[in-house]
Unconditional design. Structure first.
Length: 269
């Protein structure tokens, strides 16, 4: 059983929901990433989502685009991201790590080479934003051969047929994008999310994580009331950008936000 599946089973036994914070590897500086990952776990993160810097993150809004730009100023590449995961694993062998990125860097490295290197580094899942399941066979084959979960996105307008297709291609969990548009978009309709999750769960038994529009402890708790996992990206990355010039605060202020979300989510358990 993968680390991701094990973590969801463990949380379900305790009646808790997964908290999945996202940061971009190398943002705001490469040496911050691994200590920040450990600090996020200490603050209550159950699964870590680590962005692979890319020059054209088209599915992301300005906040996460800026994070990619900050990382790329330090020339952070896929090999360095894997080195960061490997370093994280020297102290933490249990927390699942999911890479989130765009297909181009994986293609350049080569699917089999990447999958083997990712497994050796300690990666548990890969979410490729711009790879639809219909075109993912070769990549999925390489990932599954390395015991890495391929994770896919579901959208508010995903039909039942498409949900079934994506669920059949995925493992670990599926990621429901709760808002139309790019990351960092505005309002969150939790009742609407709940209705869509009912539709998704009628088709697949995979856990469903919900992201986009989760900005604070209150919205995290409300989404935790209907989802299996709460994915938080822009709220964390925005603060990372604001604190980029104050490195002494990065490892305190950002984990504090995650701890508040964890507390709010557990309060409603």
């Amino acid at each position: 059983m993968s680390r991701i599946a094990s973590r969801f089973e463990e949380l379900a036994r305790g009646g808790r929901k997964a908290l999945i914070p996202y940061i971009t590897a190398g943002d705001p500086e490469p040496h911050v990433t691994v200590p920040l990952l450990h600090a996020l776990v200490d603050a209550g993160a159950d699964i870590l989502e680590l962005g692979v810097p890319f020059s054209d993150p088209m599915a992301d809004g300005p906040v996460i685009q800026a994070a990619h730009e900050r990382a790329l100023k330090h020339h952070v590449n896929l090999k360095q991201v894997l080195d960061m995961v490997r370093s994280f694993r020297t102290k933490d062998d249990t927390t699942p790590v999911v890479l989130m990125g765009y297909l181009n860097p994986f293609e350049i490295m080569g699917y089999e080479v990447f999958a083997k290197a990712a497994r050796a580094a300690g990666v548990d899942g890969v979410l490729t934003v711009d790879l639809p399941p219909e075109e993912s066979t070769d990549f999925r084959t390489a990932l599954r051969a390395a015991d890495i979960d391929p994770i896919f996105l579901l959208a508010p307008n995903s039909t039942a047929a498409r949900i079934a297709r994506i669920a059949a291609a995925a493992s670990g969990f599926v990621y429901y994008v709760s808002l139309k548009g790019v990351t960092g978009a505005a309002s969150l309709d939790v009742a609407g999310v709940a209705r869509k999750l009912d539709e998704i769960r009628a088709i697949t038994s995979l856990p469903v994580g919900v992201g986009f529009g989760i900005k604070d402890a209150d919205s995290a708790a409300r989404v935790a009331g209907v989802a299996d996992a709460v994915v938080v990206g822009s709220a964390i990355v925005r603060l990372l950008g604001e604190l980029a010039g104050q490195p002494e605060r990065l490892l305190t202020d950002i984990p504090a936000v995650v701890a508040q979300m964890r507390k709010a989510m557990d309060y409603l358990k």
